[in-house]
Design a protein around this ligand. Structure first.
Ligand code: NAD
Length: 360
């Protein structure tokens, strides 16, 4: 039976994850989805429960599970802790222990929310693109790194941008696999006109593309990609890029949609096992108020079904249910644009009801 590790985390984490669990329960009750859910603390909650942001029992559960659903971690009460005990360490520890090197960040703008974007509605309405970011290599991890003194006494900072061929190849395969599940168009973003690393990146992308003849591979320099993302984002289906470029471009893409409470994400290993979480944080400013938008977390469950659990049919049902509640005019505070809003729990209940109402 499929086993899903549930890590609510901190702040609004437990509230939004509770709604995602309602959706999973509905899939079990109504659609015969056989899954066992087991919860464990992480982040500040891990520290409170076991003195560590990633307790051993939580890591063991995540290793055994087929997929992990995470809420969010962090909160002001943990800010004074030493770095190694901070909540974010729990997340980083999970990413590295589970070798989650492929970060999938979709930017989807439901037409009903086109007004939330800072761009003109016709540019972004119906936007549906996916950025695949390499997550465990590149300049954020390359050695040597540091701050040193030159002979003349002046200090210099330095980092190393390095990718081994196998690292490029595995992110390439991950991105081509994603493209195969979408519209089969992949744009590889690099800086091959300046960086040798990017030359190799491009060469490996082209080599791997031979194994995916159905996918149309194109290349774009990162400076142009940043322009194109705000000029005509709907030209993209899947983009793949290295860690730092992906960090920057995925935030731009997320903001095209204007609604942080709507966006899920996935981090995958080489076998497709993954950790799924909303892109937003623990929102301590609204924690415990039943006001947070649970849709990013619910849509993270849809991604989990599509990318780790081999159930694209159920993923689509969830996405349709989310679209249906938006059609009904239901909005949490963050997407209400000053209009009336519903609570976290009401939004979750409405998605479950919409799921039940689907023909099956
Ligand atoms: P945040 O994403 O938590 O919040 C930013 C703003 O967006 C806040 O006004 C918040 O109320 C709002 N918001 C976020 N999610 C929302 C939702 N689902 N519904 C409605 N409104 C929502 O970012 P922050 O304030 O910079 O960070 C807060 C804490 O979260 C910090 O401790 C930070 O380290 C942590 N954090 C965790 C993650 C993660 O767990 N992956 C990511 C980012 C930040």
């Amino acid at each position: 039976m499929t086993k899903i590790a549930i890590l609510p985390g901190d702040g609004i984490g437990p509230e939004i994850v509770a709604e995602a669990v309602k959706v999973l329960d509905c899939l079990r009750d109504e659609y015969g989805f056989a899954a066992e859910l087991e919860s464990a603390p992480v982040g500040g909650a891990g520290y409170d429960a076991a003195g560590q942001p990633l307790p051993d029992a939580t890591l063991t559960l995540c290793r055994e599970a087929d997929a992990v659903l995470l809420g969010a971690v962090g909160g002001p009460q943990y800010d004074a802790l030493p770095r190694e005990l901070r909540p974010e360490r729990g997340l980083l520890g999970l990413r590295s222990a589970l070798q989650l090197f492929s970060n999938l960040r979709p930017a989807v703008l439901y037409p009903q929310l086109a007004g939330a974007s800072s761009l003109k509605p016709e540019i972004v309405a119906g936007l549906d693109l996916m950025i695949v970011r390499e997550l465990t290599g590149g300049i954020y991890f390359g050695q040597p790194r540091g701050i040193r003194e030159r002979e003349n006494g002046e200090r210099e900072g330095y980092n190393t941008l390095v990718y081994a061929e196998h690292e490029i190849e595995r992110i390439a395969r991950s991105a081509f696999d994603v493209a195969m599940k979408r519209n089969k168009r992949l744009c590889s973003v690099d800086k091959a006109n300046v960086l040798e690393v990017s030359e190799l990146w491009r060469e490996v992308m082209i080599r791997v593309s031979a194994d995916y003849p159905e996918v149309e591979l194109t290349h774009m320099y990162v400076d142009n990609a940043s322009m194109q993302l705000v000029k005509w984002p709907k030209q993209f289906d899947v983009m793949v890029t290295k860690n730092m470029f992906g960090d920057i471009l995925s935030d731009t893409a997320a903001m095209l949609t204007g609604s942080i409470g709507m966006l899920p994400s996935a981090s995958l290993d080489a076998s497709g096992k993954g950790m799924y979480e909303p892109i937003h944080g623990s929102a301590p400013d609204i924690a415990g108020q039943n006001r947070a938008n649970p849709l990013a977390t619910i849509l993270s469950v849809a991604m989990m079904l599509r990318y780790s659990l081999g159930r694209p049919d159920l993923a689509e049902r969830i996405e349709l249910a989310v679209s249906a509640v938006l059609d009904q005019g239901l909005r949490t505070d963050d997407i209400a644009d000053g209009g009336s809003s519903v609570s976290t729990a009401d939004m979750g209940d409405a998605v479950v009801q919409a799921l039940r109402n689907q023909e099956h």
